[in-house]
Ligand binder design. Structure first.
Ligand code: COA
Length: 319
């Protein structure tokens, strides 16, 4: 049994906000933001919502996969920034795309969310419970960012990416290695309260972050997870065409590449144009690579995410 991505899609809000616009509201500069994070612009939702972006990305992925929506038997949405708690976004996507035969639910594993959704879908396939899955990472982080906090508001953006995953039950090759990790003891370094309830949450309404701790965590754990995946798969680093990482910021990715003694050109990046879109970063990047023709049958990828929780993990994938 082998699981393959059969189609991808993405959706970004129309409005583009550059660093100069941010610098009109908080004490920062284009030079500081670009040199510390790599981010030049990000898309910020106006009329769009986490649901509408998820639906647009999903329709594109379904079209790209050339399937009919009725074939989908599982819809999983990863998000931390939806406008609503209920109904779950996956049910809204299911209804909007006409995936009438699908089960649907959301997951929250922050920036590791898309990888988590992918691994749940592959697990369902391996158990014989699903053959075709639609997995989506969608975020309107502008809903949960404090626009007066220069330490966080410079980083994030809104968007959604989707992928259709198909099981090939005729293929004898085993599913490729996947790993997930968590360390809840360090959860306090990246938090956000729900804004609902009566003040019982220990966390504020907006994203709060110890940037230096997150940086240290990512630069330590992501190379280790990549080495873990290489060891489990038997692949050499040289066998991997691209390392598709969560787009938290350029300095983190550069440091990870350096630690692994790998050329940065094998680490595609899109945070320059989109900022950090949490669980949407990886599927939006996969979709742009797909559209550029970078992903051909047999292309080998290692995909890895990391973020709040703390959570991190990755998967080997052959296109
Ligand atoms: N513009 C200008 N100056 C800023 C600033 C901004 N947007 N944000 C912070 N500063 C200032 C600080 O106040 C501090 O000033 P001081 O030296 O006078 O006290 C100085 O810049 C250095 O701040 P520091 O927080 O040490 O910066 P840094 O080099 O650690 O960079 C991050 C901050 C957020 C870019 C960096 O920590 C980072 O990339 N962390 C990872 C965050 C991340 O990826 N989160 C998402 C994970 S999924």
């Amino acid at each position: 049994m082998f699981a393959k991505i059969a189609g991808t899609g993405s959706a970004l809000p129309e409005r583009v906000v550059d660093n100069f616009e941010i610098a009109r509201n908080v004490d920062t500069s284009d030079e500081w933001i670009q040199s510390r994070t790599g981010v030049r612009t990000r898309h910020i939702a106006g009329e769009e919502t986490a649901v509408s972006l998820a639906i647009d990305a999903s329709k594109e992925a379904i079209k790209d996969a050339g399937i009919s929506p009725e074939e989908i038997d599982l819809v999983i949405v990863s998000t931390v920034s939806a406008e609503q708690l209920l109904p779950c976004l996956a049910c809204e996507v299911q209804a909007a795309v006409g995936a009438d035969n699908a089960a649907a639910f959301d997951v929250n594993a922050a920036c590791t969310g898309f990888i988590t959704a992918y691994q749940i879908a592959v697990g369902q396939m391996k158990a014989g419970l699903a053959k075709t899955a639609l997995i989506i990472g969608t975020e309107c982080l502008s809903n949960i960012v404090d626009w007066t906090d220069r330490g966080t508001c410079i980083l994030f953006g809104d968007g959604a990416g989707a992928a259709v995953l198909k099981a090939d039950t005729t293929c004898e090759t085993e599913i490729l290695p996947m790993v997930l990790h968590a360390d809840g003891r360090k959860g306090g370094v990246l938090t956000c309260g729900s804004g609902t309830g009566n003040g019982k949450s220990a966390y504020g309404r907006y994203v709060q972050m110890d940037g230096k701790e997150i940086y240290r965590f990512a630069v330590k754990e992501v190379p280790m997870v990549i080495k873990e995946l290489l060891s489990l798969s038997g692949w050499e680093a040289g066998d991997v065409d691209y390392f598709v990482l969560h787009q938290a910021n350029r300095r983190i990715i550069e440091a990870i590449a350096k630690r692994l003694h790998l050329d940065e050109s094998r680490f595609p990046m899109n945070m320059m144009d989109n900022g950090n879109m949490s669980s949407a970063s990886i599927p939006v990047l996969l979709d742009s690579m797909n559209k550029k023709g970078m992903l051909k049958p047999g292309t080998r990828l290692i995909i890895a995410g990391f973020g709040a929780g703390l959570t991190w993990g990755g998967t080997c994938l052959t296109w």
